[in-house]
Design a protein around this ligand. Sequence first.
Ligand SMILES: [Fe+2]
Length: 189
Amino acid sequence: MTLKPSIRLSHAGFHVFDVDRMVDFFTTVYGLRVTDRGVGGETGEIVFLCADPRDHHQLVLYEGRTSREGVHYNHMSFEVNDLDRLRQIHRALQDYPGVTNVLTMNHGVSWAVYCHDPEGNRTEAFVDTPWYVNQPYYADNLDLSLSDGEIAEITRRMLETEPTAEPVERWRARFAEELGLGPAQWPSA
Ligand SMILES: [Fe+2]
């Protein structure tokens, strides 16, 4: 019997006015650590935060919030258990009425499918790759019609020239140590 679900809610992303103050809030109050930060997209800096070495990020803060009305939600993300499940979701999105902006993305650390749901909210499903690379990282080379092996090989070759790329287990071990966790406290699934 496996206890690993086929899909799990993974992380949340929000737009913020003052990224440094919000990073301070989540690191000071909740003990999250900054796993990566950098400039990506149109709005400014993106900061990835986490407190679990099994994940690269649990919270993503996006600089560039423009309105105080409501919570500035960026996206919600589901982790799925393999590329076949991601392909199934990708196909279902093509057919679902009102869904727009369906796109695939290779983040190096993950293979992802994004969409805007029928009410326009950005939603992601992804599967982890066996690698870490400095985030944010975007490549538009994820072709889900290829085999799992071909997708992995394209990604491996893409990361060969990235100085920060390494096996994700190495990154996890280092992050676990930084958090004061031993390997027994974060058994990989
Ligand atoms: Fe995401």
